[in-house]
Design a protein around this ligand. Structure first.
Ligand code: TXA
Ligand code: MG
Length: 313
């Protein structure tokens, strides 16, 4: 069922969620598949719908910082980052408050929890109408491309149609890549996943560089598995031209029919990334992608592209 982002649709989504169902809804980063984070059975349906390995913890979404502080310990650097970047495309991994009632399946048994206050008006409306903390991974089959439109969520090839109660259609997600994830290791603020907020902006707010998570085999953010954002076709990176039979995805000076941004704009490229990968994948040929700079949102774009190009598990 597709719901409209009007008061009726929001109320219906809130009712379904309160009743223990799963609903896909837009955030400013990507579409998420939501369930009541205090209802373990409801959350289990997220894992089932996505075919997600059960060791992979979920982000808990709250309407504001006060509600987030009731679920996790937001102090020191975490409090500062919440003040600067929430609502927005930032997830903070902080100590879980055991009394908050978050189902163990959400954190996969960890004593930390990933918290995010999204800015998207539709996500905000559902959080407020339902009064729930919402566990919400990206609304795609595990290991597939994250959805940035309601049509992606329901895509007959690799989407969730028939596996979820409803999708709330709020149009295209403006940011287009997932949230940046920051956690603390040995007291050091650490970039666990690059995303919609550039690492440089976080470092400016902290007044210190972020440590970088380097391990891939025993990841702190298990979504950091080598092959995660995988189109069906093989992907070759840093391509200046297409080889015979390849579909080229352009950027800036590397011009192609399919492009992330003809003007070389990283914000536009992030917003178009997953849509463009899908469009290229539909052509059924190997994919080559132009070089993308490694600064600002380029870090998140390159991270997703590297996963898309990784050997398949
Ligand atoms: O933009 C986003 O972050 C989207 C929207 C829907 O909010 N959500 C999203 O969720 O990308 P997901 O499940 O696809 O990715 C969440 C990442 C995973 O890599 C997971 O392992 C990590 O967050 N994560 C969640 N809780 C964690 C924790 N306690 N410790 C370490 N990593 C955690
Ligand atoms: Mg995901």
């Amino acid at each position: 069922m597709t719901l409209r982002p009007d008061p009726d649709g929001i109320a219906q989504a809130a009712r379904l969620l309160a009743g223990g169902e799963t609903v896909a809804l837009p955030t400013e980063t990507v579409y998420g598949l939501a369930a009541d984070a205090r209802n373990g059975t409801a959350v289990a349906q997220i894992y089932a719908a996505k075919g997600r390995p059960d060791f992979n913890p979920l982000i808990v979404h709250l309407p504001d910082t006060a509600a987030a502080a009731a679920v996790g310990d937001l102090s020191g650097d975490a409090e500062r980052l919440a003040d600067v970047f929430w609502p927005g495309a930032l997830t903070l991994v902080v100590p879980l408050r055991p009394g908050a009632g978050i189902a163990g399946i959400v954190t996969a048994g960890l004593d930390t929890v990933g918290l995010r206050v999204p800015a998207h008006p539709v996500a905000q409306a559902v959080l407020r109408a339902s009064g729930l903390a919402l566990a919400m991974p990206s609304a795609n089959l595990s290991g597939r491309i994250s959805p940035t439109t309601a049509a992606h969520v329901l895509d007959p090839a690799g989407g969730l149609d028939g596996r979820i109660a409803a999708v709330l259609d709020g149009g295209a997600c403006p940011v287009g890549v997932e949230s940046t994830i920051v956690g603390w290791r040995g007291g050091l603020a650490t970039l666990l996943r690059p995303g919609g907020i550039p690492a440089e902006a976080i470092e400016a707010a902290l007044g210190a560089p972020l440590a970088r998570a380097t391990t891939v085999s025993a990841p702190d953010a298990p979504g950091q598995l080598a092959s995660h954002y995988a189109p069906a076709a093989p992907v070759r990176l840093d391509a200046d031209t297409a080889r015979p039979g390849e579909t080229l995805i352009g950027f800036g000076a590397v011009q192609a029919a399919l492009t992330l941004s003809a003007s070389g704009d990283l914000t536009e490229a992030a917003a178009r990334l997953f849509d463009t990968l899908r469009a290229a994948d539909r052509l059924g040929r190997p994919i080559a992608v132009a070089p993308i700079p490694h600064h600002g949102l380029g870090l998140a774009i390159n991270d997703r592209l590297t996963r898309a190009a990784a050997p398949r598990a």
